[in-house]
Design a protein around this ligand. Sequence first.
Ligand code: BDP
Length: 716
Amino acid sequence: MSAIRNSRWNVVLVTCLLAWCTASVASANDGSGLWLNYTPVSDNVRLKEYRQSIRAMVVAGDSLTAREIRNELRHGLNGLLGREIPFDAPGRTSNALIVATPRYFKAAGVPPNQELLKSLGSEGYAIKAVKIRGARTLFIIANGDRGLLYGTFHFLRLLQTQRPLGRLDIVSTPRIQHRLLNHWDNLDGSVERGYAGRSLWRWDELPSVLSPRYREYARACASIGINGTVVNNVNANPRILTPEYVRKVATLAEAFRPYGIRVFLSVNFSSPISARFEQEGNRKGGIGNLSTSDPLDPAVRAWWKAKVSEVYRGIPDFGGFLVKASSEGMPGPQEYGRTHADGANMLAEALEPYGGIVMWRSFVYDAESDPDRVKRAYKEFVPLDGQFRGNVFVQAKNGPLDFQPREPVQPLFAAMPRTPMMLELQITQEYLGHSTHLVYLAPMWKEYLQFDTFAKGPGSSLASIIDGTVQKYRMTGIAGVANTGDQPNWCGHLFAQANWFAFGRLAWDHTQSAEDIAADWIRMTFGNDQRVLKTVHSMMMGSWEACVNYMTPLGLHHIMQVDFHYGPGPDLDTGRVDWRSTYYHRADSLGLGYDRSSTGSNAVSQYPSLLREQFDSPVTCPEKYLLWFHHIGWDQKLRSRRSLWEELCTRYFTGTEYVDTMSTIWSSLERIVDPAIFIHVSKKLETQRKDAAAWRDTCLRYFQRFSRRPIIGQSE
Ligand code: BDP
C-alpha cells in the first residue's frame, strides 16, 4: 500500500517538477519577441497618464491592414498598460486613440488640414494630441492604411520608451521610397552569408503550410518602415521563376501584404535558356526552352514578357527584379557583347506595364584582369549613365570593394546623375564577426550616409544622393542584406537585432542619429531601466570602431580568411595570406598599404576633384582611409606623432581592449537583465574577446615579419 502511495507521490512529484521545468523553459527569454516586447510600463506616473489618455480605441476601416492594426494595438496596449482597452464605435472623441484616414474625420465633421495630408503622401502619418472639451484625444492620421500602420507602430514605440503624450505633434514621412531587405536565401534552405540558422522560408512546405513566422517577419519589418523584400539570393537559382515557385512566393506575398511588404525576386539572367545546356556542363542552364539569353534577341524578350505576366497573375502587387549579372560567375548580357543597360532595359520593359522595377547591381569585378578591383564598377557603369529605362535602379554597395569593416564611399554614387542609384548595405555581418561579434552597425551606416561625395560640390552627402535631393531622381531606394534566419532570436546574436532595427529606421529617415536609434532599441528590448540603458548604450556605440581597430585599422581591408570571411587571413605557419598574398595590403620591408594615389593605381581619379585631391596626398587623406589609398613607410609619423608601426599596434590593442571592457560592463548587469539573455550575450562576448585577440595577435605578428619592429602592447 505504502509502496503504491509512494510511487503515486513520485508521479505527482515528477509531474510537478516537469511542469515547473517546462514553465521556466517557456518563460526563458529567447529573444524571439525582437523589439516588439510590450512589457508593462514601469514608470507609474507615465502608466497613469497612458491609462487616462487611452480609455478606448477607434480604428476605422476593415481592410486586412486595419485588422492587423487592431491586433497590434490590442496586443500592445494590453501588455503595456496591463489592461484591456475596448474598441469603441466610430464617433467617440475623448480619452481615446483614433486611428483613421481623412474619410473618417470628414464624416465626423472634423476635416483635417489639407496641406498636412498632402505632405503625408501615401506612407506618412501624423500623431497628434488634441484637447476636445477638456479631454484629450490622440489621433493617428494618414492618407492610407500603410501610413496608419506605420503611425501605429510609432505610437506604440512612444509608450514602450515611456515618452509623454501631452503635446504629441509628430509628422513623419519616409525620405526614401523603396526600403527593402535583400535575402540571400537559397532554395535549398541555406542562407549565403547567413549566421542565424536556415532560411525563414520553408520552400518544401510552401504553399500549403504557412509558418507563423511569415506574419511575424512582416510585422517586424513594418514596425521599422521596411516596405519590400527580395526573398531569394542574388546568386539566383533560375527555378525561382517556375510556376511551382511562383505559387510559393505568391503565398509569402499574401502573408506579407497586410503589413505593406511587397515581394521582389532575384532572377538569373540565363533563365530563358533550356536546362539542357546545364546538362551539357554549361552553368547557364535555365528554365526556358531557348538557346540564348541575349537581351536583344526577340525570342528572349518575348520570354521575359510572358514570364513577367505570369508572375503578376499570381502576385498582382509584385515589386520587380533584382539582378546580379556578369559578376562572380553569374551570367549576364556581356556574354553576348551587350551592356548592362541592354540587359536591365529588357527586363524593365517587361515589368513596366505593371509598375515593376529593376534593381541592377553594380557589384562587378574581374579579379584576374583588373589590376585594381575597386575601380571596375565605375569603369563599367559611368559610360552607361542616361541609358537605363525609367524604372531601373543601379544598386551599389556602400563601398567600392565589398562590405569591409570600413571603406570610403563607392565613387559611382557621385557619377550617375541620370540614373537612380540604390544603396545596398549589409546587415548580416559577413566581414564584421558574423553573429558572434557584438557590432552595432548604425554608426558605420551613418558615416557612409553623411559622407560628402561632392557630386554637386560640397554638401552632396551620400544620403542626399540616394534620397533624390541632389540629382532629383524619379525614384529612390535603399536595400539591406538581411541577417535573419530560423533561429528563435531571428539573428543569431541578440544584439544583431539592433542592426535590423537600425537599418529600417535609417531607411525611413536617415537623419536620425545612431545614438537615438540605439536608445530606442535598448528600451524596447530590455525595458527602461536607466542602468541597463546607459551600460548597453555605451557598449554599442563604440563597438564598430573597435571592430575596425582589431580587424582592419587605418584603411586596411580584406585580410579575412578566404571564403569564410571570419578571422584573420594570414597564416603564420605557412606565411600565406588569403586573397592572393599581399594583394590588398601590399606589406613589404618599407611599409604597408595599397597605393591608389595618382602615382599608384589611380583609383582616386574616380572621385570628384575636391575629394580626389584630399585622398591623393597622405598628408590630407583622412587617417581612417590612409592604407586604403597609400603605401606608408613603417616609421612615417602619423597625426598622433606615433610611427605607422606604433599606431598600428596601438589600434589593434585599442580594439581588443574595448571588447574586454564590453565584457566587463556587461557582467555588471547580471542580476538586472533577463538571465537567459544575460548568459546568451555573455557567451558571445567571451568568444568575441578570444577571437578579437587572435585577430590582433595574428595580424601584428604577420605584419611584423615585414616591419621587423617590436610589437608594442599598448592601447590609447
Ligand atoms: C560577397 C559575398 C558573396 C556575395 C557577393 C555579392 O561574399 O557571398 O554573393 O558579395 O554581393 O560579399 O554578390
